[in-house]
Design a binder for this molecule. Structure first.
Ligand SMILES: [Fe+2]
Length: 361
């Protein structure tokens, strides 16, 4: 096949695709804040970060400052952060009780392994359980049997669109980029894994057995695998519009995105163990987590470099082009069914066709 020229690049494909304007257009970004992020349930933090009365966490949802506070040692409430709490400080303890009397609480639930969920929708039509539509069922016994505890937090601000972070967690063609995964995971079970769509745009990537010991210097992780799962499994829950839950045998990770512009996203990464871990178990879990997902681990920074590269080519003002989501492989791991499912949902919420943003959906 001869090299493609400019005309070839801008041709419309015959199969499924999205237009790159959805990653770079400022008015679409602003509409997403209003039509999506102001309405969905957002997993903003974890209950183990705020166990005591007065403990709080802050975030921004649809460009609004939001704070979740442990009101009495047991119950968490969320509010618009209109008082003096510095939103740039993501955590702390409040020493006064002024919130409940001055502000209307936002809808807030603690659900799915102790995540604190908040929505700006004043009248949500679905509970968190209804919103997630069974997407957590595959790991429910692992994350809801025993209390979890956050042992790791870091954040990254990347020049890319938030949807590209979701994409990297839901399409596995990019897995060939990860040397560690090629060595430890590309077995028969890996290629038979399924992408399973759920209502509201969510997707599961089903499990397989990772052979950690195949990677030089790594050990089997079966002994510390999360409860009620076979050892060394790996599950991924991808929630619309951009929250990911990644269970890799002995460590669990959540990613929460806060879009900061069409080509800028804040991603918060949390790592979890079991609250009852002994000191030695926790030490091993942290080592397992960091070796894959820490700043000097194998995989996470490779994903970040990948989406930053995509962001460079799709920043504001760049020429739109069409991006294929056309792989059909019986919903197995490299089938892009998860991407198609996500962007069908996005088109519905936005009333915009993701493959032709100039047209209404
Ligand atoms: Fe990856």
């Amino acid at each position: 096949m001869p090299p493609r020229n400019h005309k070839d690049w801008i041709k419309k494909p015959k199969i499924e695709y999205v237009n790159s304007l959805i990653y770079s257009d400022r008015s679409l970004y602003e509409q997403e804040q209003k039509d999506i992020f102001s309405k969905v349930w957002v997993p903003m933090c974890h209950i183990s970060e705020m166990r005591n009365k007065g403990d709080y966490r802050t975030t921004r949802i649809a460009d609004k400052r939001v704070i979740a506070i442990n009101m009495d040692g047991e119950h968490v409430q969320a509010y618009y952060n209109t008082n003096d709490i510095d939103y740039r400080t993501p955590a702390g303890t409040i020493t006064y009780d002024g919130w409940a009397t001055t502000e209307e609480p936002l809808h807030c639930e603690v659900k799915h392994g102790g995540m604190v969920w908040v929505t700006l929708d004043p009248n949500p039509t679905q509970s968190v359980e209804e919103w997630t539509c069974g997407a957590f069922d595959c790991i429910a016994d692992a994350i809801d049997t025993e209390e979890l505890e956050v042992f790791h937090y870091h954040k990254a601000i990347i020049d890319t669109n938030y949807k590209l972070w979701h994409d990297t967690n839901s399409e596995f063609y990019h897995d060939f980029m990860h040397y560690f995964n090629r060595v430890s995971g590309f077995n028969d079970e890996y290629f038979a894994r399924k992408n399973i769509p759920f209502d509201n745009g969510h997707v599961n990537v089903s499990s397989f057995t990772v052979n950690y010991e195949e990677y030089d210097g790594f050990e089997d992780r079966g002994e510390l695998s999360f409860p009620n799962l076979p050892p060394n499994q790996w599950y991924m829950v991808d929630l619309f519009p951009g929250y990911n839950f990644n269970l890799r045998g002995s460590a669990y990770r959540s990613d929460s995105v806060t879009p900061l512009g069409p080509n800028k996203v804040l991603i918060e990464f949390r790592g979890y163990g079991l609250r009852r871990d002994t000191e030695e178990e926790r030490h091993t879990r942290i080592k397992h987590h960091n070796s894959i997902w820490g700043p000097f681990g194998r995989n996470l920074h490779e994903d970040l470099i990948g989406v930053a590269g995509q962001g460079t080519t799709m920043r504001e003002g760049t020429e739109p082009r069409n991006i294929l989501h056309g792989r059909h492989e019986n919903s197995t791991i490299h089938d892009e069914v998860g991407m198609r499912h996500y962007y069908a949902e996005w088109s519905k919420w936005m009333q915009v066709d993701a493959s032709n943003p100039a047209l209404a959906a």
